[in-house]
Ligand binder design. Sequence first.
Ligand code: NAD
Length: 342
Amino acid sequence: MEAEKRKRLRIGVIGCGRISDLYQEVFRILKEQIEVVIAIDKRVERAERFVESFPGCVSATSVEELISYKPEIVHILTPHFLHAQQTITCLQAGIHVLVEKPIAITLSSARDMIKVADQTGRKLAVISQNRFIEGITEIKRQMLANELGELKGVWSTLHWFRPASYYACDWKGRWETEGGGVVMDQAIHSLDLVRYVIGKKVVSIQAHIDRRVRTEIEVEDVADAVITFENGVRYSFFATNYHVTNSPIEIEFLFEKGTAKLVGQEVIIQKQGEEELRIRPKGRPLMGLSYWGDYHLHQIQDFYEAVRQDKQPHFAPTDAVETLEMVLGIYQSAKENKIWKK
Ligand SMILES: NC(=O)c1ccc[n+]([C@@H]2O[C@H](COP(=O)([O-])OP(=O)(O)OC[C@H]3O[C@@H](n4cnc5c(N)ncnc54)[C@H](O)[C@@H]3O)[C@@H](O)[C@H]2O)c1
């Protein structure tokens, strides 16, 4: 039984593009616990490069080959439009899946993924690494304990920069394959954090999206919205990726008795009449791009523990569906020029 528990988990990877560098580092950190057995990419040279760090790991190009190596867990790091089908295929083959955000690009396909996870009894989770930031956990704790009083409002801004070269690939910048622009791909993290901290349903969204600078792409490079939650809290949202650099994300929660603000990965809580509390990230810095943050390691470890102990991962995939619904609500409101209502 003990030996069984200590057995290294067999890991597979689908998609060896930009984010896979960060996964390589995470796998190296966790090397005592796991064995990376196969990595696939439709461009085989990328899979070959990926496996160089993992002796004995095989590179290939198809999901069928991946399944034949019987990994227990698969990480899906592919273009957004592929998440649903690849996840379902792996779950049906008896494999647990941790898929990158967004869960999918349509609500129906996201719900199908969850249905198949339930039917097969396999675990499914979606990356939302920033939920593991210590300061976010503390805001959530103080909010649940009512230490800051009633939440009055929230705002967030994302000023990032994606050069034309970022979109020079076969899937980014297109509705059909990326599913959206700065909202679906980048600011989804802010939307997810705000919804997680508030812990309530979104009831209405009034939004605008535009293409102002990156006119060569189909999807938006700027968006703003007012998002209302069932408890009446209004969330003012702004995001663009035509800024000149990747400034830290900012999210501010305004409470009756103070404020709580995320800047990058640091949280500052200011309670009336008290000294400010600064919660700096304690996560081990990872080598990925700074705006990816350092918390993939935490979520991946959480998922591995869930598989080992046959318990649910910290965050349920249904949560990712609600965040996707916010993203799609922004698009629907903007495209129809009317308020989206739940
Ligand atoms: N959580 C985060 O902070 C974060 C950061 C960056 C990227 N991501 C997510 O990671 C995922 C991948 O993004 P990326 O920037 O690495 O993209 P990318 O384009 O650099 O990599 C995707 C890889 O998938 C491969 N691929 C495409 N079709 C395939 C198929 N049918 N089978 C196997 N491989 C296939 C491509 O060849 C490419 O190497 C996306 O979901 C993205 O949103 C998340």
